[in-house]
Structure formats: structure tokens, C-alpha cells
Ligand binder design. Structure first.
Ligand SMILES: Cc1cc2nc3c(=O)[nH]c(=O)nc-3n(C[C@H](O)[C@H](O)[C@H](O)COP(=O)(O)OP(=O)(O)OC[C@H]3O[C@@H](n4cnc5c(N)ncnc54)[C@H](O)[C@@H]3O)c2cc1C
Length: 447
């Protein structure tokens, strides 16, 4: 029997959309502060980018993050509602107006790939072009029992258009897949964790081989700015010496990525045209760029081609549009980026990647996705410590500010609180969820 006692007295009732790092962290802040919390999650599991964005070789890190999410969502004041997508299974109007919740908080991350900036390029998706989010999802899940998603072949010499941490992961996945296949053809088994830890040259050497010996070329990562501008390590300050230090850290990190994972890097180039062959994307034409007085300028007329059997677009993830949520360009229309409030929508907020994802105004466009050099090195397999997640402390601050606001809208009317309980129960029936988070997650994780 589920204990619905948090709804027995007047209390703020807060719905979180998405139960991953940001949603679960905020849920525990709200619950600790006495609110009753609904976590509406579109999937069966709430792990978000930790499950589908962090490459699967980060086994330990992923388990540690899962445990933190599980602990937050098992709190007695938190009511997990799986298989419930805002915009599909429930509308914003139902939550905010019909149920009259104290606050609706968007923690649904950034799952839409920013399209490559070439008119009509998306006609090649699945025919020589892929995007980062489905690509990493495929990589993390294709070995799962019962996997029934798309099958992807990773050819050698692919092209990645990107520039942040995620695009380096994409390049590593491509190279690991190709090296793994070339080794298997020679009767040598190797797992992804070994390739991540040792790197490609050392792994090959262990078997008396080399990249040349197995005919491995590697993929190419193209970025529109310089290596020292890549959003992979944040500057600890805005003065010239802090910026110079961050730039040096980025070059060091990227040089090690090239040496350890045999990723080729081409900077100062933007894709401007598709190269088509037999109805497939066969490569891209790039426009050369230069940085002048800190500004990126394109060098008109100076173009070059890179032909490749596969192009992966990895230039950022943006929030998916949701009916009722105002947008401005490709982002949700926040009128206050500090408080995460949405323009014209009282009692609706955003936090986590939805707010701090690439393109955020508060962090600059270029630095939105940066993490400290140490975390970046750890996440990239270069030896740093990725065990601390800065996202969580930032989310706690944001969630405390939202809890302050929501405390003014405690749900006083018992009939309204009862309607919320009925809503939860109806969704649980629709989702086949028994009401106990721990047993649910044990069951779905066991497959
Ligand atoms: C150890 C570690 C350290 C890190 N450090 C940093 C760092 O310092 N800085 C940084 O920027 N990043 C960092 N990262 C990356 C960071 O984890 C991701 O940015 C983070 O996981 C994003 O979390 P999120 O909850 O905002 O979004 P997501 O993980 O994308 O979760 C969103 C959730 O919402 C659900 N959802 C989506 N749409 C809907 C809908 N319409 N209805 C219902 N549910 C929906 C999704 O299924 C998903 O579960 C780190 C990662 C790790 C593992």
C-alpha cells in the first residue's frame, strides 16, 4: 500500500518533468523542504543522459550516479510516475491549471540534436548522416538483451562535426568500434573499457600490432573554432591569465585525445555544403575560418572538402519543444535565467540541462557546456577525477530558489490534494507501475 500521507495536510505540491540528475536532485531538495513531489518521467528508468549520453565504458561512474538518483527518488515524499511524457500523456494545462500544482519544474534535459547548418542536410539522415543523441543511445544499448533499435555500422574514416565533450565521445566511440572490429577479424577480443583506459596505440601494442598494421585510419573531428576555444574546460575567471590557462588546458586535453584515441582534429572550419553520391551523403564542404580580435570570421571563398563514409552531427543538444512551453529560437523562452522562470507562465520553472544546456544566456554561448579540466579529463579517460558532478550543486541552488517561491502556493484544499493522488494512481495504472520505486527499478534493470 502506498503511503499518500504527504498529501494529507496543506503543503506545496511540485511536479518535476524528468527524473535524471537534475530532476532527482531537485526532487530531494523539495522533499527535504516538506513538499509533496511528483516526478513525471517519460521512460521506465529515470537515468537520462547518465544512461544514454555518458558512453557505456564509464561503468563505475554510471552506477554511482544511478545510486544517487535512486536514493532521491525513493524518498517517501517523492512519487515517481514513469512512462508519462509531458506533451504526450499529460499536458502542462492539466498539471498547472486543472490540478493547480504549486510549481511545475522542467528538468527534461536537452534531447534534440542541433541540426547541421546546411539547408536540407537532414534528408541524408540514415544515409550517410547520423546525429549524436541516437548514435550514443545505439552504442550504449546495442548489446542489451532484446535490443530492437536501429543497427549502425561504424566505418573507418568517419567525420564528426562538433567541438565539445560529447563530440569527443562520439569520435572515441567510432574509433573503438572500428578498432574492435579490426581486432576481432584477427581473432583478438578487446572490450571498450580497456580501449578507454589504455588508449588505442597501447592496446594494439599489447597484441604486437599497430594502427598501420591493422590498416586503421581513425575518424576526423572538425570544429569551427580553434582547439584552444573548445568548450571542454572552463576558465576559472575572466581575466587574461585565467583565459590563457583554460586555453592551454584545452590544447593539452585535445592533444592527448589525438594521441591516445587517434582522433584527427581539424579546427577553424564550418560545414557549408553536402557532398552527395548515389543519394547518400559522401562528405562535406567546409569553409575556412579565422579568429580575429577574438571574433570568428569566415574566409570567403576558401573552402575544402572532406569525403567520408559517415558524418555524425554533434554540435549540441537542445530541449525538445513541448506544447504550451514558449520557445525563443531553439530554446525555451526563459525570462529570468537566474531563477529559471518561463515567460508568461507563472509557477513554471526550468533547471538542469534544460536551462544550462548549450545556448544558455547566463553562461556564455561558448562556455555553456564546459566543465572543469579535471572533470573533463576524467570523463574523457585521460586520468582526471570525474566523480564530482558540478551540475548537482547548481541544481540544488536553483531548486532552493524554486522551493521558496512554491512555499507561497501550498495546496490548502483537501479535495484538490485528493485529485492529485487520483491523478498519480491513474498514471500508475496506465504505466503498469506498482508504486514502489525500489522494486520497480530492480525489475526494469534486470530486464
Ligand atoms: C560525474 C559527472 C559529472 C558531470 N559534470 C558535469 C558538469 O560539471 N557540468 C555539466 O554541464 N555536465 C556535467 N555532466 C553531464 C551531466 O551529467 C549532464 O549534463 C546531466 O546528466 C544532465 O542532466 P539533466 O537531468 O539535466 O538531463 P537529462 O539527463 O537529459 O535528463 C532528462 C530526463 O527527462 C526525461 N524527459 C525528457 N523529456 C521529457 C518529457 N517531455 N516528459 C517527461 N520526461 C521527460 C528524460 O527521459 C530524462 O530522464 C557530468 C556527468 C557526470 C556523470
Amino acid at each position: 500500500m502506498t503511503d499518500f500521507s504527504p498529501f494529507h495536510s496543506a503543503t506545496p505540491i511540485i511536479a518535476l518533468i524528468g527524473g535524471a540528475v537534475a530532476g532527482s536532485e531537485a526532487a530531494s531538495v523539495f522533499a527535504e523542504r516538506g513538499a509533496a513531489v511528483l516526478v513525471l518521467e517519460q521512460g521506465e528508468k529515470p537515468y537520462g543522459k547518465i544512461e544514454d549520453g555518458l558512453p557505456r565504458w564509464h561503468r563505475k561512474l554510471r552506477e554511482a550516479e544511478y545510486a544517487k538518483i535512486d536514493a532521491a527518488l525513493a524518498h517517501p515524499r517523492v512519487f515517481f510516475v514513469p512512462r508519462t511524457k509531458l506533451g504526450r500523456d499529460v499536458s502542462l494545462g492539466t498539471l498547472r491549471d486543472e490540478l493547480g500544482l504549486s510549481a511545475v519544474v522542467l528538468a527534461n534535459g536537452a534531447w534534440r540534436d542541433r541540426p547541421l547548418p546546411i539547408e536540407g542536410i537532414d534528408r541524408f539522415v540514415g544515409r550517410g548522416l547520423l546525429y549524436q543523441n541516437p548514435f550514443v543511445h545505439w552504442f550504449n544499448h546495442y548489446e542489451d538483451p532484446g535490443y530492437d533499435g536501429p543497427r549502425i555500422e561504424c566505418p573507418d574514416g568517419a567525420l564528426v562535426v562538433g567541438g565539445g565533450l560529447a563530440s569527443i565521445d562520439v569520435a572515441k566511440i567510432l574509433n573503438f568500434e572500428v578498432v574492435g572490429r579490426l581486432l576481432r577479424e584477427r581473432g583478438v577480443g578487446v572490450d571498450m573499457e580497456e580501449l578507454d583506459t589504455r588508449g588505442i596505440p597501447e592496446t594494439l601494442e599489447k597484441h604486437g600490432l599497430s594502427a598501420e598494421a591493422i590498416g586503421f585510419r581513425g575518424c576526423t573531428l572538425v570544429y569551427r573554432r580553434r582547439m584552444e576555444d573548445m568548450p571542454i574546460a572552463a576558465a576559472k575567471g575572466s581575466d587574461a591569465s585565467a583565459i590563457a590557462k583554460a586555453e592551454a588546458a584545452r590544447v593539452k586535453i585535445m592533444t592527448r585525445v589525438q594521441n591516445k584515441y587517434l582522433v584527427r582534429f581539424v579546427g577553424l572550419a564550418s560545414p557549408v555544403e553536402a557532398i552527395e553520391s548515389d543519394g547518400r551523403l559522401a562528405g562535406l564542404v567546409f569553409q575556412k575560418n579565422a579568429v580575429r580580435d577574438g571574433k570568428l570570421v569566415s574566409l570567403e571563398g576558401e573552402t575544402f572538402e572532406i569525403r567520408a563514409p559517415l558524418v555524425v552531427g554533434s554540435i549540441g543538444s537542445i530541449p525538445e519543444p513541448i506544447p504550451g512551453i514558449p520557445t525563443r529560437g531553439e530554446l525555451y523562452d526563459f525570462d529570468d535565467w537566474e531563477r529559471g522562470t518561463l515567460r508568461g507562465l507563472e509557477r513554471v520553472y526550468g533547471l538542469g540541462n534544460v536551462l544550462t544546456g548549450k545556448g544558455n544566456i547566463r553562461d556564455s554561448r561558448e562556455n555553456a557546456a564546459t566543465v572543469s579540466a579535471e572533470i573533463a579529463e576524467g570523463l574523457l579517460g585521460l586520468g582526471g577525477d570525474p566523480s564530482s558532478c558540478e551540475v548537482r550543486s547548481r541544481v540544488r541552488d536553483e531548486a532552493n530558489a524554486i522551493a521558496d517561491q512554491a512555499s507561497q502556493f501550498a495546496v490548502e484544499d483537501p479535495a484538490r490534494r485528493q485529485r492529485v493522488v487520483e491523478f498519480i494512481e491513474a498514471r500508475w495504472v496506465a504505466a503498469g507501475y506498482g508504486g514502489d520505486y525500489r522494486s520497480h527499478i530492480a525489475r526494469v534493470r534486470a530486464g
